[in-house]
Write a protein that binds this ligand. Structure first.
Ligand code: 5AD
Length: 349
């Protein structure tokens, strides 16, 4: 297993807030590490946000249960059509994401959709991002052939986690789900939001340590985007600070865990038009083109100013390829792009 260098939490906290020359050096080191361990290739994950129905009420989230927004769930044939667009464009890896819905009916729905996709497009790899599912559902989905699961820890600070989530969502349960996901055999992904209310550089340093100690295979972490208006929880940090902290966290994680997959967070683009390119230059090696049909995008607004709202799958695929090239890296949509870390961890390599 590729172990990165070890950096003390104090030093990590300093580097998370760094700017100027120190930051430029950090990005250079992260980029060199990335080229050495995971090459110049950037993998694609075509993202289908198939439903915004959610039973949780996380106070930062634009699709939380108490928000009065139109709710949708795409039909199985709409989901297959969306998948087909991505596959025809040469994308070999898809992500199915939705709000958390543990009803029996929805479990059957998800099982059917996963089976349909894997039957229709043999050879593609599927990542699920469906929240805290039961052992039984997670196991059934894995047996069908879903290989990867993403569940952000959101913050590894139990106290902060408690402030942001309802009592029905205890921190320990979140960690327990992540452990279960890994023990079933999924390539396991997690991540955090950066610049949350009450969050400090020290707490973000602990997030990095959490991810390293948990030995995750993939990470997606992006800036917190506060909601406009009276119900919005303000960040202590300006947009520029959140951009910088996210890029610094990305670079540090690449140095700490050289062979994992790290996403250039879509949310970066909500605060800086070239935010994703900047993350690709700071160690990120995965990007998620949005495949959700245009008509549903406005209802899956996890945060204000989410990019690509008025576009369709083809627009996003084209645009992403340009973004990767402009960052001086190689688009690799056709590669499944398994986490090298996972392959080594499970000795499949
Ligand atoms: N700002 C940034 N990211 C957010 N998410 C939810 N709400 C916000 C927000 N306001 C992220 C969470 C979740 C992912 C799907 O979207 O981290 O896990």
């Amino acid at each position: 297993m590729e172990r990165g260098i070890s950096i003390s939490e104090n030093k990590l906290a300093d580097l998370i807030s760094s700017a100027g020359e120190t930051q430029a050096e950090l990005f250079k080191k992260a980029h060199d590490t990335r080229i050495k361990h995971v090459s110049e290739r950037v993998y694609y994950r075509g993202l289908i946000e198939f439903s915004n129905i959610c039973r949780n009420d996380c106070c930062y989230c634009g699709i939380r249960k108490s928000k009065d927004i139109p709710r949708y769930r795409m039909s199985p044939s709409e989901i297959l059509e969306a998948a087909e667009i991505a596959v025809n464009a040469g994308v070999s890896s898809l992500v199915l994401q939705s709000g958390e819905n543990n009803s029996k009916e929805n479990e059957e729905f998800i099982l059917k959709v996963v089976k349909d996709i894997l039957d229709s497009f043999p050879g593609i790899s599927l990542t699920l991002s469906l929240g805290e599912l039961t052992d039984d559902t997670l196991e059934k989905l894995y047996s069908l052939g879903a290989e990867r699961y993403l569940l952000r820890i959101e913050t590894s600070d139990p106290e902060l986690y408690g402030k942001l989530h309802p009592a029905e969502m205890p921190y320990d349960k979140r960690v327990g789900r992540l452990e279960k996901i890994r023990s079933i055999g999924y390539q396991t992904g997690t991540g955090v939001m950066i610049g949350l209310p009450f969050q400090t550089p020290e707490s973000l340093a602990e997030d990095l340590t959490f991810m390293r100690d948990f030995d995750v295979d993939m990470v997606g972490m992006g800036p917190y985007i506060p909601e406009e208006g009276p119900s919005g929880l303000e960040s202590r940090y300006s947009a520029e600070e959140r951009l910088n902290m996210t890029l610094n966290m990305t670079a540090l994680l690449r140095i700490l865990m050289p062979d994992i997959n790290i996403v250039a967070a879509t949310a970066l683009q909500a605060i800086e038009p070239f935010g994703r390119e900047m993350a690709l230059r700071a160690g990120a090696n995965v990007i998620m083109p949005l495949i959700t049909p245009g008509k549903y995008r406005e209802y899956y607004s996890l945060y204000d100013g989410k990019p690509c709202a008025g576009e369709e799958a083809q627009d996003c695929l084209k645009c992403i390829t340009g973004r990767i090239r402009s960052a001086g890296l190689s688009p690799a949509p056709e590669e499944k792009g398994d986490s090298l870390h996972f392959q080594k961890r499970t000795k499949r390599f």
